[in-house]
Write a protein that binds this ligand. Sequence first.
Ligand code: NAD
Ligand code: MG
Length: 397
Amino acid sequence: MVSGPLQVTVLGATGSIGLSTLDVIARHPERYQAFALTAFSRIVELRELCRLHQPRYAVVADSARARVLQDQLDSDGVKTRVLVGEGGLSEVAAHPEVDVVMAAIVGAAGLRPTLSAVQAGKRVLLANKEALVMSGALFMQALHDSEAVLLPIDSEHNAIFQCLPGNYAEGLRRVGVRRILLTASGGPFRQLPLDQLAAVTAEQACAHPNWSMGRKISVDSASMMNKGLELIEACWLFDARPEQIEVVIHPQSVIHSMVDYVDGSVLAQLGNPDMRTPIAHALAWPERIDSGVSALDLLQVARLDFEAPDQHRFPCLRIARQAAQEGGTAPAMLNAANEVAVDAFLNGRIRFTEIASIIEDVLSQEASVPARCLADVLAADAQARGLASRWLQRRER
Ligand code: NAD
Ligand code: MG
């Protein structure tokens, strides 16, 4: 049998994770070929990526942009076919010739194409944590019912995966795990005097000390909602209960998370903070390939610090933990309210500290119900977005 390079669909190719993925792919042309690249609106960047990687398909959000991009690619002599919208995303996620799907769209918009990739039995590299947070039980059931292999890209979950034994799916207790230690950098406001938190700008929130990321996840890191979403993500990925997961602030972001075993052993995964490491790990697993990330210089790192998260500074962590404990549609509502709140903050409509107020208000108004099907999840998402928008309207009156 002749086996050429694995065909890779990159959902969210123009984003931070998408670009890092294409960087790793380009280092290994004999192993990987971009099959489809998708973007929401940045067609200038997508055109350039299509010229570089010559994918079979590109996908953009609307037909006007699709026409412009198709004309440009035709005149460039690039043979890529441009598809449109959610239908196009699901088509390239589930295409029979695709082997690997990098799910790197930000937010709830990534849910359907990521689920399509799972249902089609692909190797799914999950960066889009919001998809799993929203639909956890359904997502894991779809994984169970298919041939798909899910590999975590979030650096913490990739680290935990690397520190767990191969048979961890038998149950964390059975394999001797006492706790998962989820590390967090604490973001740009870890040491800011509390009375200045209400006045921080979007630019300050997006200036992460260790990682360069998209704007939404940067704000989530600053509020530590990112860690809250990651706690829920870890519960699903590793079949853990919320109380088995402890969040530890580690400002250097050199340890990417740890697993604490009953015999007192703690296994950690370390590395420079560069997403190409988990991406290369998940692309090649169980093999190892060069990611382009330089070797960790421990002498230069010199010290590793740890502290407990400050509950007053980071209320989002508590709110997310409560949603994790509640289950059902609570995590979908948490995620939706957070997406609306972060967008409002990035657009200067609310203060940073109001992000938590909006989410808490939305969750207090709408009880969690069982998430039996995708329609339940999408209804909860829509309901929470409506409540959060009304909160914003009330504020602006
Ligand atoms: P980003 O904002 O840089 O990129 C987002 C990508 O999604 C872009 O390609 C954009 O075109 C696409 N997109 C946005 N809205 C869309 C929509 N409605 N429909 C279709 N496509 C849409 O974000 P990022 O930092 O690359 O993060 C992507 C995902 O990975 C997020 O879920 C994030 O939480 C997760 N993640 C990111 C990092 C990181 O270091 N950047 C680390 C861990 C996890
Ligand atoms: Mg992370």
